[in-house]
Design a protein around this ligand. Structure first.
Ligand SMILES: [Zn+2]
Length: 320
């Protein structure tokens, strides 16, 4: 299989590491944490039921992250000891994520209206309004917030858990069991027979939107095995060589998308219709038209913030 050079793979900007030091060594340092929480320059991202507080023009243009101070967060009823340290930015200021429950939101001063606009991060990513560095930082905060929302009780004994290490661990109050933030691995796959690529249209997609195929990694399975199993189940295609290209954290709720190219050894399709509404082979010329939203049948592909787009682009850009 003639895979693209990974050096030239157009990887979407992912992970906030370019502007953020996660400060993992300080998460359990209570004195340092108290100093950061008391520091007037520390800033908080606010999630209300996983919707993100932003500042934006009425027509939703010029959207930016909305930064709150510790005082503002406390006024909303959030316990500062239950906020999550994302890290320190390049000028050394600490950045946290804070989560407001539905109940806190209803009793907050000024109510929900005072925090508007509260937006869905996925929609924001699709619109491409938020700068890449802010989008990845918000994604990190959302993934962590989602994990905490789902981890309030111990999976071992059912007791309540509490926040530890600035949000990077939870511990059961009853049995002491520890829990750590997780990323759930899923493969996302560009299948090619050399001259065409296979893209699918899922039932949940609106319009004529085609994308790379994806599936969850099961226990005891490696990425290559997952690619071969999922693609056989979904499309009936037998996969040969599998090549890792790049990965992308996807905070809905906390996935790790593992992007691969896969060689198709067969081309006849047998679709798993429960999931996949349609899948078809597209030539490079067709894919280019889809990326430019000029395909004669109105077919389109995902937006440029996604690893799906990067995989599709790497196929379209190949000269052979
Ligand atoms: Zn327990």
């Amino acid at each position: 299989m003639d895979t693209p050079d990974r050096q030239h793979f157009h990887q979407p900007h992912i992970g906030p590491e370019q502007t953020l030091n996660r400060m993992a060594e300080k998460r359990a340092d209570k004195v340092w944490m108290e100093e950061r929480l008391a520091d007037k320059s520390s800033r908080f991202l606010l999630f209300a039921d996983l919707s993100l507080a932003v500042v934006s023009d009425p027509d939703r243009s010029n959207t930016k992250l909305r930064w709150l101070t510790a005082d503002q967060i406390e006024l909303l009823g959030v316990n500062l000891n239950e906020t999550y340290l994302l890290g320190c930015n390049t000028d050394g200021h600490a950045i946290f994520a804070a989560v407001l429950s539905e109940a806190q939101l209803s009793t907050a001063p000024g109510g929900k209206d005072a925090l508007k606009p509260l937006v869905d991060l996925r929609s924001l990513a699709m619109q491409g309004e938020l700068p890449d560095t802010e989008l990845s930082l918000a994604g990190m905060g959302r993934a962590l917030a989602a994990w905490h929302m789902m981890s309030k009780c111990c999976g071992r004994c059912g007791g309540y858990t509490r926040v530890r290490d600035a949000g990077w661990r939870r511990q059961c109050r009853s049995c002491g069991q520890e829990f750590y933030p997780r990323s759930d691995p899923a493969v996302i796959v560009l299948i090619t027979d050399g001259t065409r690529c296979l893209l699918g249209h899922h039932k949940r997609y609106t319009h004529k939107f085609y994308s790379t195929l994806a599936g969850f990694v099961e226990p005891g399975e490696d990425f290559e095995g997952c690619v071969r199993r999922e693609m056989r189940e979904e499309t009936g295609i037998t996969i040969g060589e599998v090549t890792y290209m790049a990965s992308q954290p996807w905070p809905f709720p906390h996935l790790m998308m593992v992007g691969c190219w896969a060689e198709a050894l067969t081309t006849e399709l047998t679709l798993e219709e429960e999931e996949l509404h349609d899948a078809r082979w597209f030539t490079r010329d067709e894919v280019k038209l889809m990326m430019e939203e000029k395909h004669p049948e109105g077919f389109t592909v995902p937006g440029p913030h996604s690893i799906a787009y990067a995989l599709i682009k790497s196929f379209a850009d190949q000269s052979t």
